[in-house]
Design a protein around this ligand. Structure first.
Ligand code: XIL
Length: 392
């Protein structure tokens, strides 16, 4: 082989090496940038001192608010320390699995023609026994659908299946439910529809009116409960969250103009600090716009994922507590906000352990109590937010 061939091979190798070095330098620069951004989230001077030891339930109630948590039957029924903490800290429960169509070990809808209320009944009865309000989650969603759904429900029978599910479940618990997430996560701009709707099985089977239909069926089934539209991704000063806030607002305006019996917006508030910029005024304005429609607002699934945060627990807890306090101090200024529900009470039971684990496999710390049920800075942050909130 000639020298030219060797020269060109060497030249290609050098060009490749140069490119790799360049890429490496860019990646290193980006990592340094994000590390600085995340360190900037930490303010060692924030102490999150809360006055006294009064529970979150009592601090919320003092302002006409409700504080509660999502729980799973296996945890609440077997973990006595969790149960004691729930009874102390919470004024409301929401089942993380038990009232979805098909979640957990004993699902609500095991077959097309059957309902298994055993888990739901246990949870509702637990709440009643412990003087806790109870919210239902969720009647119409594109997730947690039973394995039999796809091959059973079609355009001809979808309306019947929707009506039967909503009526049967809501009438079974009529009078016992503070609020129901009637429709969950119906907006997804990634599906590129002009109306922003998610192309869920329900949309494909029933058309865009499935949302209005679900709320009307719900209103007929239990007139005593608040009917809620629940969604996520409404929190940050980012183009995608801003676009989603606009789409949700348009949906709510459309439903209200049609006379749909909807009473509240549920904002899930699954927060992820690090790369998402938060702007209190943007959140305040959105809440004001929702409230101006005559709707109440519930923060329905709050947690703060720490997957992008430093492993140092002191720094991580301080950053997360700051996220809770900054978010809630803005949200609770809006008097239409009536409740704050965290998606779990203790780090021991957070869905984020599976859904957003840390790359270093360190246990996640997104919630008010640690895995030993001890109050953390997050607890202080929520307590302070309730203490500083205007009375409803
Ligand atoms: C989650 C549960 O926490 C998980 O255990 C389950 O595997 C998936 O669903 N938004 C919702 C909740 O409305 O129902 C989801 O709950 C979290 C996101």
């Amino acid at each position: 082989m000639g020298n030219n061939w060797l020269l060109s091979r060497r030249r290609i190798f050098k060009l490749g090496l140069g490119a790799l070095t360049g890429i490496g330098a860019v990646v290193a620069a980006k990592n340094i940038y994000w590390s600085q951004q995340i360190q900037a989230l930490d303010n060692p001077n924030r102490t999150f001192i809360a006055s006294g030891k009064v529970s979150l339930k009592e601090r919320a109630a003092a302002k006409g608010l409700i504080y509660g948590t999502a729980v799973r039957y296996p945890d609440l029924s077997l973990d006595v320390k969790l149960a004691a903490s729930v009874a102390l800290e919470c004024g409301m429960l929401v089942p993380e699995w038990e009232l979805k169509w098909f979640a957990g070990k004993q699902p609500l809808r095991p077959s097309p023609d059957s309902f298994d209320f055993q888990m739901g009944d246990w949870m509702v009865n637990y709440a009643k026994t412990h003087d806790l309000l109870f919210r239902g989650h969720t009647l119409v969603w594109h997730e947690s659908l039973p394995p039999w759904f796809r091959n059973t429900v079609n355009r001809q029978n979808a309306r019947e299946f929707l009506a039967q599910h909503i009526k049967t479940v809501m009438q079974h618990y009529a009078g016992k439910i503070h609020s129901w997430d009637v429709v969950n996560e119906a907006i997804n701009l990634g599906d590129n529809r002009s109306d922003g709707l998610r192309t869920t099985p329900w949309l494909k089977l029933l058309g865009t009116d499935y949302i209005d239909l679900a709320f009307r069926l719900a209103a007929e089934s239990d007139p005593q409960t608040l009917l809620v539209y629940n969604d996520f991704g409404l929190d940050y000063d980012t183009p995608q969250d801003e676009a989603k806030r606009i789409a949700v607002l348009k949906l709510l305006e459309k439903l209200k103009s049609k006379g749909t019996p909807i009473h509240a917006l549920g904002i899930q508030a699954h927060l992820l600090p690090g790369k998402n910029k938060f702007n209190q005024e943007k959140l305040r304005r959105f809440l004001r716009d929702v409230a101006s429609l005559g709707l109440k607002i519930m923060i329905t699934e709050m947690d703060v994922a720490d997957k992008d945060l430093p492993v140092d627990i002191k720094i991580r807890d301080r950053i997360i507590a700051g996220v809770y306090e900054d978010y809630l101090s803005a949200a609770l200024d809006e008097k239409a906000v009536i409740a704050v529900i965290t998606w779990g009470l203790s780090d021991r039971n957070s869905w984020l352990s599976e859904f957003q684990p840390r790359d270093d496999h360190a246990p996640v710390r997104p919630l008010p109590l640690d895995a030993q049920m001890q109050r953390k800075l997050v607890w202080n942050a929520i307590a302070r937010a309730f203490d500083h909130a205007p009375k409803r």
